[in-house]
Write a protein that binds this ligand. Structure first.
Ligand code: COA
Length: 159
């Protein structure tokens, strides 16, 4: 069985992430969507909230597993016999950064490949930080996040 993993902070999940999930799950038997617990950026959403948004947006997908992980991604990949790490590439900066990360991950977990999926052009400008900033000022984020995530952002910023 070919196992892929799509790691991220998902704070929150965007349509850009969902597109990568759809495409990554089509090239493996099982895709693990792994939300990182130990992220350096201070998250807006708790880990439970981030998982809930992923679960809600992926209900129709049958070959995924949604988990959290702590510590090094490479260790988690070895533990779960992951064949490949899927990363979305939006622009040149992502390539430079992800290239370095993939080399380090290969040193740490040589059995696990990293594959890069090019984001669709309509998603290439999306980032979770930008989505949060626009939502915090009441801007319309309908075209960049799932409806459920939009609702959660509205609730978060109105409380
Ligand atoms: N569509 C939309 N947005 C995307 C995207 C896509 N396809 N791909 C990435 N992004 C956004 C993310 O939302 C995030 O936005 P933000 O910075 O505004 O929050 C940004 O691009 C960075 O994404 P990514 O590179 O995936 O980082 P991340 O913070 O979501 O997750 C981990 C990073 C968790 C995968 C990484 O830090 C990790 O593996 N940590 C574990 C510790 C470890 O092993 N460290 C050693 C690595 S060598």
């Amino acid at each position: 069985m070919r196992i892929g993993i799509y790691p991220g902070s998902f704070d929150p999940l965007t349509l850009g992430h969902l597109d990568i999930i759809e495409r990554a799950r089509n090239i493996c038997d099982k895709l693990i969507i792994a939300a990182a617990l130990n992220i350096s950026k201070k998250p807006l959403f708790s880990i439970e909230e981030r998982l809930e948004m992923i679960r809600h947006s992926c209900t129709s997908m049958n070959n995924i597993e949604i988990v959290t992980f702590n510590g090094l991604l490479a260790d988690f990949c070895k533990e779960r016999n992951v064949n490949f790490i899927a990363k979305g590439i939006r622009n040149r900066m992502d390539i430079d950064y992800e290239y370095a990360v993939s080399i380090m991950n290969r040193k740490l977990a040589p059995e696990t490949e990293t594959i890069f999926l090019l984001s669709r052009s309509e998603h290439s400008f999306i980032s979770s930080s930008m989505v949060k900033e626009v939502a915090s000022y009441g801007g319309d984020i309908t075209s960049v996040v799932p409806q459920f995530v939009k609702q959660k952002l509205i609730e978060k910023f109105s409380s």
